[in-house]
Design a protein around this ligand. Structure first.
Ligand code: GLC
Length: 514
């Protein structure tokens, strides 16, 4: 008998970026009460869990990824009581809740850093990474920060030392080699586990262990930020400790780590021997172009590197850090629909980003409206709920402009059209939940013509095939096996047999006879 798989393997996670999801208090910035009002959208859609990007107290230099208090909610988003209500309301609807845990750095306004920078003898000095300047007065090593190509070190004139920050200068890195830091961050996890969160998305999880020597990185890669280079043995021990803490709580709690190392093989190492991360984001597919060759390779590389370790894959096409996939794939809705079929039928846990079920494209954000130091505003545009402007955002103008065609892409409009991409997502999520072959089964590649990716999913006697036409031409498949469960072009509620011809950019799910 096989053990049933945990929810975080069979389920689908929906990422909410709280600033841009829904605004209940009318200040133009989304909030926790806004999320609570729209939980029924997620239930109707058919996802299993939501992941909330940070809602903690923060000066918002990196929109919440600069945390000033890990155990309180920023007043912009509500209160701790609102967070507890949101968790309860989600659970009451059968939705799991993941929250963002940001371990690598804090805000420079966090009391820990304020004390740390006060003077060299402060007991919190060792909580962050402080070093003397080089003899020439320059930064201690050649590491670069993310977002802009500047040194990952800032000189604090008051104490004459540099501090490390792999992101903005307002995001100093914690020193995880200092045991009190580990204890304090474990306490943060305990605080939220006691409030019944189902798990954590761990921000840049691979970054917390650092080279103790803080050595220069080799010259040829010196222009890359440290966040895409840091791959250290120290991190694995730290993650094992996090894992055993989380596993000590009842109810299938879990972690999914952001591993910004752009090789699936490296990502795989962060699952450990099933004693580090439960799941790790694998970003190479997110950066792959929309071509059959590229995707065949991505599927093969996930199978070759993760399967032998028993590591369960994850799939992400869009998130708050990258252009939306519809935009990356050239804007054509047919490609976004085919991508939905692919994302929701591959073996592994899919992560959806709010608004991808609407087929949203990035907003055009002109220079004057830009807010993010990392240039990621376009994907973070507000969700259009209603057809009529301001699309369910009452009160003040939302903090960013809406995506293009917000009326046509609104939840209200797309719900009223049974052929819309929104209904396609819902149908696919329903199929995935209903069929063990899709949510739990094995996956093997199938032979297919050029321009098509095909694979079979199976569990017991249930067998499903998926065909994705990446080209602008119709393609005839060699065999025409079985009944059609879903198509990205026509959303079939019945189950006609599949004629064996894929329309341009069509993806289909076919039930194979046993
Ligand atoms: C992660 C987050 C990103 C943030 C960065 C620093 O990559 O996804 O939004 O800016 O970490 O915390």
């Amino acid at each position: 008998m096989t053990m049933p798989r945990p929810w975080w393997q069979t389920g689908v996670v929906y990422q909410i970026y709280p600033r841009s999801f829904a605004d209940a208090d009318g200040d133009g910035i989304g909030d926790l009460a806004g999320i609570r009002r729209h939980l029924d959208h997620l239930v109707w859609l058919g996802v299993d869990a939501l992941w909330l990007s940070p809602f903690y107290r923060s000066p918002m230099r990196d929109f919440g990824y600069d945390v000033a208090d890990h155990c309180d909610v920023d007043p912009l988003f509500g209160s701790l009581a609102d967070a507890e209500r949101l968790i309860d309301d989600a659970h009451a609807r059968g939705l799991r809740v993941l929250i963002d845990f940001v371990p690598n750095h804090t805000s420079d306004q966090h009391p820990w850093f304020q004390e740390s920078r006060a003077d060299r003898t402060n007991p919190r000095r060792a909580w962050y990474v402080w070093r003397d300047p080089r003899p020439d007065g320059g930064p201690p090593n050649n590491w670069r920060a993310a977002f802009s190509d500047v040194p990952a070190w800032t000189l604090d004139p008051r104490t004459g030392q540099y501090y490390l920050h792999c992101f903005l200068p307002e995001q100093p890195d914690l020193d995880w080699s200092h045991p009190p830091v580990v204890q304090a961050m474990h306490d943060v996890l305990r605080f939220w586990l006691a409030r019944y969160v189902d798990g954590f998305r761990i921000d840049v999880a691979h970054l917390i262990g650092k080279d103790p020597a803080l050595a220069d990185v080799p010259a040829p890669v010196a222009g890359l930020p440290q966040v895409v280079l840091n791959d250290r043995p120290e991190t694995h021990a730290l993650l094992r400790a996090l894992r055993s803490l989380v596993d000590g709580y009842p109810g299938d709690r879990m972690t999914v780590g952001e591993i910004y190392l752009l090789e699936t093989e490296r990502v795989a190492s962060y699952y450990g021997r099933d004693d580090e991360l439960h799941l790790a984001f694998n970003f190479p597919p997110l950066y792959a172009p929309w071509t059959a060759d590229a995707w065949r390779q991505q599927l093969a590389s996930a199978a070759a590197t993760l399967d032998p370790k028993g590591a369960w894959p994850t799939w992400v096409l869009s998130n708050h850090d990258n252009k939306r996939h519809r935009t990356r794939y050239g804007g054509d809705e047919r490609r976004a629909r085919a991508a939905a079929v692919l994302l929701l039928t591959m073996r592994g846990t899919p992560f959806l980003f709010q608004g991808e079920e609407l087929g949203l494209e990035d907003a055009h954000v002109d220079a004057a409206a830009r807010r993010d130091p990392g240039g990621r505003d376009g994907a973070r545009a507000p969700m259009p709920w209603e057809r009529a402007a301001p699309h369910g955002w009452t009160g003040a103008q939302p903090w960013l402009p809406f995506p293009p065609d917000a009326a046509a892409g609104s939840v209200e409009q797309l719900q009223s059209d049974p052929t819309s991409i929104l209904h396609l997502y819902r149908r696919l999520l329903g199929l995935r939940r209903a069929l063990p072959a899709l949510h739990a089964g094995a996956q093997v590649p199938l032979a297919a013509p050029d321009g098509v990716v095909a694979f079979e999913r199976s569990e017991g006697s249930s067998r499903v095939a998926v065909f994705v036409n990446y080209t602008e031409e119709p393609i005839t498949l060699r065999h025409t096996p079985g009944t059609l469960l879903a198509s990205s072009v026509t959303i079939h509620e019945t189950t006609p047999s599949f004629a064996g011809v894929l329309a341009p950019y069509e993806a289909v799910v076919v039930h194979l006879a046993t």
